[in-house]
Structure formats: structure tokens, C-alpha cells
Ligand binder design. Structure first.
Ligand code: ARG
Length: 427
């Protein structure tokens, strides 16, 4: 493959090239717009330190304008011959502009170029993920408000335990999503430092305007140390995917509960027919595949995180191993975003069998309430507990509505504090 950026004469082994470049050119298609933005900021920075004159800068910016238009219309494709998006951009600028195109790589390396493109991409993906997580959580809070006192058994060990409500259940998923947002914000903060200008990982002999370039790209601050900037590759990706994992773990629980609640055995919830699929052989089937895949999404993230962590056992400095961090990152983020975005649709597609849920609150579910009532009346709790246990067989079903209303410990069914949760989700 002649014509690589690093070509110094002498042929490269074709199989080696195929083996090392593999699908990077395809993956890089999605980094292309970010790399173009970073390239523009880089050349403006070069002009500020006197390494490009006004004519060269204008020509290069014009070239980037055109490449951005082509990228947006789908006409700028990275090809296998390009090796990666970084080479594709430089080759296109050289082809269009000649001499000034050849100056674009002054003071940068593909190593900091890929870092900055990834961080810009990650910041944007995390903003989308945060918005989707917030929307999912708000949909659940609205459901909690509508069904605040709709009775539902609370389970421990998957055995009926105490009276609970759809409100408590839905708000419980929403709050876990609010917790995930903390992790998503923390991962964004980690991405918000600009690595551009660290070059191959050791800086360069030019007093680059790194701060100006970072500000132009919308970064809050710099990755100061070039070696640390390189070492952050993969580690940042683990932070990003771990945050996404947290949102998906909340959704996995939601999906698990729903897959139980929609069985004929529970029959608490029915999913809209439009949210079910059929069987190729069993005419009777309507299957909730969507919630099963929402449950499985978490394991896709776990696999991607494990893949990244395994790759990161490296010494200082860029190593080509790092190229393989891209696929799990993209796979994980795509899976997370698609999954989180399904939450409001599923929430909107649930119908509750309220009577069935109420009937599931069998007398034994009120045993704890009874023991607590005796304790409030002055019977030492352990004695009350034993008394209720002895009389369990003759325990009468309590009034579910009253029981839910009277669970006034803060956060419980009678005092869900949805306003507090809404506050946590306002951003
Ligand atoms: N495709 C490469 C990657 O993702 C870009 C950096 C290449 N740098 C190098 N020194 N070979 O890591």
C-alpha cells in the first residue's frame, strides 16, 4: 500500500498492512467530523504561533469547509487505502491544496489526533446519553405520579413480602437512573480535557497555543502531561462505558421485573401489542422481546468494558494495541443509547391489571404492618412480631389503600417525594 503518511520509500507487506489497519478505516468514518473540527482548531493555532501565514490559513480553512460539506452529505468516505480518518483528511487537503496541505500535520501526531477526535465524539455521545437517561427517568416519574397508590406486592427473594405500589416501583427505577447520571456527568468531565498538542505523547519543540485550541473546541481544560494524555486512551473509554453500564443496570432491573409482571402467572402488566413480536410456529404467542433485549444490553456493556480493561495492560507511550479500544467503545455506546431510548416507549405501552395486583396482596402481606401497629401501640416489637407470627393463619387482609397511604416513612408509598426526584433530574 504505497502513499501512507509515513511512507519513506520501500514497500510495506500487504498482508501486514491489512492486518494492522483491519476495520479501523470503517470505524473512523464516525470520527471524521470530529477530526475535521480538531484539524481546523489546530491550524488556527498554528497560525497564531506564526507557522502558517494568512493565505495558507485561508486556503486550509476553505479546504476543511469543503471536506465538512462532503462529510455531511456522505461524499467524504474513509477508504481502506486511507488506513484511518487522519490520513484521509491530510491526503484530501494535500490533493486539493498542494503545499499548504502538507503543512497541516506540523506539531501534531495521529496519536493526539485520535485522542482529541475520540473525546469530542464521546462528549457528544454522553450528552445524548444523559438526555435520553433523563427522558427515561422523567417518563418513569410521570408513571409514578399517575399510579402513585396503585397496589403492587413488594417482593423479597421473589416471595410476596409487603404492600408496595407501582409508584414506588417506577420511582425506584427513576432514582437509579438519576444515580447513573452522576456517573455520566463524571465521565463527561473526564472527556472535557483537551489532549491536542501533546503530539506523539511527548510534546513538540513549538510553543503551541494549546489553551486557545482547547477553548475553541469547547474543552474546559487541558490534559497537561503528554504521557498522561496517551495513557488516558482506553481508561477514559472504561469510564464512559461504566457510566453507561450503570444506566443499563437500572434498565435491566426494570426489564427483569416487567418480564415477570407480563407473564400469565403474574399478569400484572400487559404490553401494547405494538411492542410485542410473534412466533413463527406458535400462533398464540405475543412475546416481549424488547424487554429481554433491554435486559441483555447490560451484558453487551460488560463485555465491552472487559475487552477494554484487558487491553490496557501497557507501558507508557502509544502502542498500537490502543487502536482496538475503538470497536468496544462504539459498540457499547450504540447499545446504551438505543436501549435507554426505548424506556419511554415501553413505559407508555404498559397497561396495568389493577384488580389482579390488589388481589395479589394476600393477608400475609399485611403481617409486618400489623406487627408495627402493635409496636406503635406499645407492645415491644419482638413480642408483637411473635404474636403476629402465631396468628398468621387467621390474619385478615388489610385495607391496601390505607396501608399504602400510611406508609409515610419518607420515600415510601405514602410519601414518594417525587418532587425531590424531579429536582435531581432537572438539568
Ligand atoms: N488508528 C490509530 C489508532 O486508533 C491511529 C493512531 C496511529 N498511530 C500510530 N502511531 N500508528 O490508534
Amino acid at each position: 500500500m504505497a502513499g501512507n503518511l509515513w511512507d519513506k520509500g520501500g514497500a510495506s507487506d500487504t498482508e501486514m498492512m491489512r492486518y494492522t489497519a483491519r476495520d479501523d478505516w470503517q470505524l473512523d468514518q464516525r470520527l471524521l467530523p470530529y477530526d475535521l473540527r480538531a484539524t481546523r482548531a489546530h491550524i488556527r493555532g498554528l497560525a497564531r504561533v506564526g507557522l502558517l501565514d494568512a493565505t495558507e490559513l485561508t486556503a486550509l480553512e476553505g479546504g476543511i469547509d469543503e471536506l465538512e460539506r462532503h462529510e455531511a452529505s456522505g461524499d467524504f468516505r474513509v477508504t481502506p487505502a486511507d488506513e484511518d480518518c487522519h490520513s484521509a483528511i491530510e491526503a484530501a487537503l494535500v490533493a486539493k491544496l498542494g503545499e499548504s496541505g502538507k503543512k497541516v500535520h506540523t506539531g501534531r501526531s495521529r496519536n493526539d489526533q485520535v485522542l482529541v477526535a475520540l473525546r469530542l465524539y464521546e462528549k457528544s455521545a454522553l450528552a445524548n446519553l444523559a438526555a435520553a437517561t433523563q427522558a427515561g427517568a422523567l417518563a418513569l416519574l410521570d408513571l409514578a405520579e399517575r399510579e402513585a397508590l396503585t397496589p403492587l406486592p413488594g417482593y423479597t427473594h421473589l416471595q410476596r413480602a409487603v404492600p408496595s405500589s407501582i409508584g414506588l416501583w417506577a420511582a425506584g427505577i427513576a432514582e437509579s437512573l438519576a444515580d447513573a447520571l452522576i456517573a455520566i456527568d463524571a465521565a463527561s468531565a473526564q472527556c472535557d480535557r483537551c489532549p491536542l498538542g501533546t503530539a506523539a505523547g511527548y510534546g513538540v519543540n513549538i510553543p503551541l497555543d494549546r489553551e486557545g485550541v482547547a477553548a475553541e473546541l469547547g474543552f474546559g481544560s487541558l490534559c497537561v502531561n503528554p504521557v498522561a494524555a496517551q495513557a488516558s486512551r482506553g481508561a477514559v473509554e472504561v469510564a464512559v462505558l461504566t457510566a453507561a453500564w450503570q444506566a443499563l443496570a437500572a434498565i435491566r432491573r426494570f426489564a427483569w421485573d416487567l418480564s415477570l409482571f407480563t407473564t400469565a402467572e403474574f399478569a400484572f402488566v400487559q404490553l401494547d401489542a405494538a411492542l410485542t413480536t410473534g412466533s413463527s410456529i406458535m400462533p398464540n404467542k405475543r412475546n416481549p422481546d424488547v424487554i429481554e433485549l433491554m435486559r441483555a444490553a447490560c451484558s453487551v456493556l460488560q463485555g465491552a468494558i472487559a475487552e477494554l480493561m484487558g487491553m490496557l495492560s501497557l507501558p507508557s507511550g502509544y502502542q498500537r494495541d490502543l487502536q482496538l479500544t475503538k470497536a468496544p467503545l462504539f459498540r457499547g455506546l450504540d447499545e446504551a443509547l438505543a436501549t435507554v431510548r426505548m424506556v419511554p416507549r415501553v413505559v407508555a405501552g404498559m397497561t396495568f391489571d389493577r384488580e389482579r395486583m390488589r388481589r395479589a396482596l394476600t393477608p400475609d402481606c399485611f403481617a409486618t404492618d400489623r406487627a408495627v401497629e402493635l409496636a406503635i401501640a406499645g407492645v415491644p416489637f419482638r413480642d408483637a412480631y411473635r404474636q403476629v407470627a402465631r396468628e398468621l393463619a387467621s390474619l385478615e387482609a388489610g385495607d391496601a389503600d390505607r396501608s399504602l397511604r400510611e406508609r409515610t416513612s419518607p420515600g415510601a408509598c405514602g410519601d414518594l417525594r417525587l418532587d425531590r426526584l424531579r429536582e435531581r433530574l432537572s438539568r
